[in-house]
Design a protein around this ligand. Structure first.
Ligand SMILES: [Zn+2]
Length: 216
């Protein structure tokens, strides 16, 4: 089963946020050797034998499917009007703080000429503040790179990854009503998702595929 979001469905964009039981019924998607960096690469046509090192991809080629794997990290799917240019990115705390999601947005704006106000972005399932206490080194980096980001409760050491990414998207000029969220925590829903933190070694490297494909 893939979870879908009405903001992207309404654009006519084929997409899905993976669960434990998702199988992709089509040719292989482009995926990446994900390294918690901020590199987003263009992909076209059939997948390469050697996966590029990157944490996201974008395309305007309807024959290419772009995918990222997650198991607590945050997948974000982005599309221009009509879904003619699309991007999928993978954001753990490190990549999120350093700007992988804004990089995906920039790639689409540069390639399509569209302004941020016309873009749609959907934030997928991930670990959320309910389950994500982080150390001072994380807050130090958040504070240094995003001094205007306000956490809900200053005494609280739990990071809300989706809320940081929403802050970045809105800061870039994406309209709040074009930012969607699936809103589910991967740790809180072990029946639905694989979770790095929740499952430990029993996860055995399993993760969810999240994909997007541009419209014809
Ligand atoms: Zn949770």
């Amino acid at each position: 089963m893939f979870l879908r979001h009405p903001l992207l469905t309404r654009l006519g964009v084929d997409h899905g946020f993976g669960s434990r039981t998702s199988l992709l019924d089509r040719e292989d998607p482009w995926t990446f050797r994900q390294v918690h960096g901020t590199r987003v690469v263009e992909v076209r046509g059939r997948t390469a034998a050697d996966r590029p090192e990157a944490d996201g991809g974008w395309t305007s080629d309807p024959s290419a499917t772009v995918g990222v794997f997650t198991a607590d990290c945050l997948p974000v799917l982005i599309a221009t009007p009509g879904g003619r240019f699309v991007s999928a990115v993978h954001a753990g705390w490190r990549g999120a703080v350093r700007g992988i999601v804004p990089e995906g947005v920039r790639c689409l704006m540069d390639a399509s000429g569209c302004g941020p106000g016309s873009l749609t972005a959907v934030i997928g399932p991930s670990i959320r503040d309910c389950c994500y206490p982080v150390g001072p080194e994380v807050w130090e980096e958040v504070g240094r790179l995003h001094p205007d980001f306000r956490r809900d409760n200053k005494e609280d050491n739990r990071l809300n990854l989706p809320s940081l990414v929403r802050f970045q998207l809105e800061s870039m000029g994406i309209s709040p009503d074009r930012i969607g969220e699936i809103g589910l925590c991967t740790v809180c829903h072990p029946d639905l998702f694989f979770s790095h933190r929740g499952m430990g070694d029993s996860r055995k490297g399993q993760s969810m595929l999240n994909y997007i494909r541009c419209s014809n």
